[in-house]
Design a protein. Structure first.
Length: 231
């Protein structure tokens, strides 16, 4: 498998970075809050809670208080454990059925890639959820954006499809291979340090010979390497 950078790729990524820095994702946040995901975790996952409809701004699909709301105003749970939950990203609203974009989140307060409390188990959880949504494992991708390029301050792993040419654009000195998903954070940290990246995003994909590829980059891996929007 070739993972060498094509000529001019870094210039392209620089252009992408500039563009991304100028665009605020539409779903980013109602009222500019960086705690939308944290609030969903705390107020929207238990419809039996007191004053659920009053406290939750994005009620669960199928609950009475979700009736009449737009897709972007509701929460759809894809999977959950005692430690993690996966939900539909609002970018899926209005998209074709084969488009996939979900978010895996820890239930505990963890801000993002820079947080020392980041849990190793979130990668295995997210990968299991991805398998239920994307049948071609070689097309599956998990991504976390750099601290400086995220819209929410609750760790969220994007569950997306890998762009068809993404692997050809991986840079050798920023990619490593791991056998287990609980090794991702450690591998990413070491690779980023060796590449001189103080802030970085992480992308995980399958390795054709077994295990997983872990990519770190200073740009948003979600936007550069995956189909993060359907249009």
């Amino acid at each position: 498998m070739k993972i060498f950078t094509r000529s001019g790729t870094r210039s392209l990524l620089l252009a992408v970075l500039i563009l991304v820095s100028l665009v605020v994702p539409a779903q980013a946040h109602a009222a500019g809050s960086r705690d939308v995901l944290w609030n969903i975790l705390n107020t929207c996952l238990d419809p039996a809670g007191a004053d659920y409809c009053a406290n939750c701004r994005s009620p669960l699909v199928g609950t009475p208080c979700a009736a009449g709301k737009k897709c972007q105003e509701t929460t759809e749970v894809w999977g959950e454990t005692a430690d993690y939950v996966a939900v539909r990203d609002r970018k899926m609203c209005g998209c074709p059925e084969d488009f996939v974009h979900g978010l895996a989140l820890p239930r505990a307060r963890v801000t993002g890639v820079e947080d020392p409390r980041r849990p190793d188990g979130i990668w295995s959880f997210a990968w299991a959820v991805a398998r239920g949504r994307i049948h071609d494992e070689s097309a599956m991708a998990l991504a976390v954006n750099p601290q400086g390029m995220r819209a929410q301050d609750q760790l969220h792993v994007h569950i997306v499809r890998l762009r068809k040419d993404a692997r050809e654009r991986f840079t050798t000195d920023r990619v490593t291979r791991v056998q287990k998903l609980d090794e991702v954070w450690g591998a990413a940290s070491r690779t980023a340090a060796a590449a001189g990246l103080a802030d970085y995003g992480v992308l995980v994909a399958s390795h054709p010979e077994g295990g997983f590829l872990v990519l770190v980059d200073w740009v948003s891996p979600e936007k550069v390497y995956s189909f993060e929007r359907c249009r």
